[in-house]
Ligand binder design. Structure first.
Ligand code: NAP
Length: 300
């Protein structure tokens, strides 16, 4: 029997990597090695219960990465801009991960990338641009790779963008997309897409895959919420990206410019391809239906 292929998963204690680790586990050809900075933490303990190997490493510390990727066939790499909100630091973390993979002779790297928006005419989008620069670094490295460009998580409505109560049973949704559609994905669905890529890396080598489970306008987002969360009613505030940029929370301008970029570039993600990679990828309607309780909870 051929030996199992080790896939190193960065971010396995988090949203994207967690889904990737769990999806890979379903495939008997793979063994998952999960990277964390904190092997004693709750996230790592949950992975251990699934019989996932845990390795301690830090993308800020290149020395720690060699052991993490040694002997592996593949690697899923995700960087977390939002921890430090520093695009240069994210870029360095990405380069460290890529260098370690190259030195270890990894056969295929899947990187959670996004476009570099510089020169596109929108204001700075640091949480995109660092990832775009990492993609360029990977291309130059000569390593076999695929970039999975993940769209706006549906789960953002449970965290960063919960609908805001404006009156009894009346809620406002503030997403600065104008009349343009937004691509969304349930972050759990990314995992199966990545597992599919590792099953046949040569098919996806050098490709930038825009992952999305659905594409809908903010009016349609509101209508979907109103349909499933009755008697609550949802309305689109129609906030412009200029108004959004003036909001005072950290990262508001970055996100406003992201929405502006998405308004200008309408076909960056591919629902059809995503559903080929993961036929169970949820539409937004299905995601809202499955998450009614959680949504009601965050809107209390
Ligand atoms: P998450 O759930 O917050 O988890 C972050 C993960 O990154 C954790 O597993 C953490 O591991 C790991 N990590 C952070 N710093 C690390 C380091 N220095 N070395 C090793 N591991 C490190 O994050 P996520 O949502 O999966 O991914 C975040 C990224 O997704 C962000 O860069 C964001 O821009 C991007 N993204 C988000 C969306 C969205 O709609 N929200 C869409 C597309 C892309 P430990 O703490 O266990 O070490």
């Amino acid at each position: 029997m051929a030996s199992k292929k080790i896939i190193v998963v960065f971010g396995a204690t988090g949203a994207q990597g967690g889904g990737v680790a769990r999806a890979l586990l379903q495939n008997p050809s793979f063994v998952v090695r999960a990277v964390t900075r904190n092997p004693d933490g709750k996230g790592a303990q949950e992975l251990k219960k699934l019989k996932i190997d845990i390795v301690k490493a830090d993308l800020d510390d290149i020395g720690s990465l060699h052991k993490a990727v040694s002997g592996a066939y593949g690697c899923f790499l995700v960087t977390n801009y939002w921890e430090y909100m520093d695009a240069n630091r994210e870029l360095q973390q990405g380069k460290n991960g890529v260098d370690a993979c190259k030195a270890a002779g990894i056969k295929h790297l899947v990187f959670s990338g996004i476009e570099n928006t510089e020169g596109s005419g929108v204001g700075p989008v640091p949480h995109f641009d660092g990832k775009g620069k990492i993609e360029a670094y990977i291309q130059k490295s000569g390593i076999s790779y695929t970039s999975t460009r993940v769209s706006f998580y549906s789960e953002n409505f449970l965290s960063f963008f919960p609908p805001k109560k404006i009156a009894e049973d009346k809620y406002a949704v503030s997403i600065a997309m104008g009349n343009k559609p937004l691509f969304v994905i349930s972050v759990n669905d990314v995992g199966q897409c990545v597992a599919e890529i590792f099953k046949d890396p040569s098919k996806y080598n050098g490709k930038m895959l825009g992952l999305a489970g659905d594409k809908l306008t903010v009016d349609q987002v509101c209508a979907t919420f109103s349909k499933h969360l009755k008697p609550k009613k949802f309305e689109n505030t129609k906030i412009s990206h200029e108004e959004f940029a003036k909001l005072t929370f950290p990262g508001a301008a970055d996100l406003a410019h992201m929405f502006h970029f998405y308004q200008l570039k309408e076909n960056l993600r591919d629902v059809e391809l995503t559903k080929k990679l993961n036929p169970k990828a949820l539409s937004f309607d299905a995601w809202v239906q499955a998450n009614k309780d959680k949504l009601n909870q965050v809107m209390k």
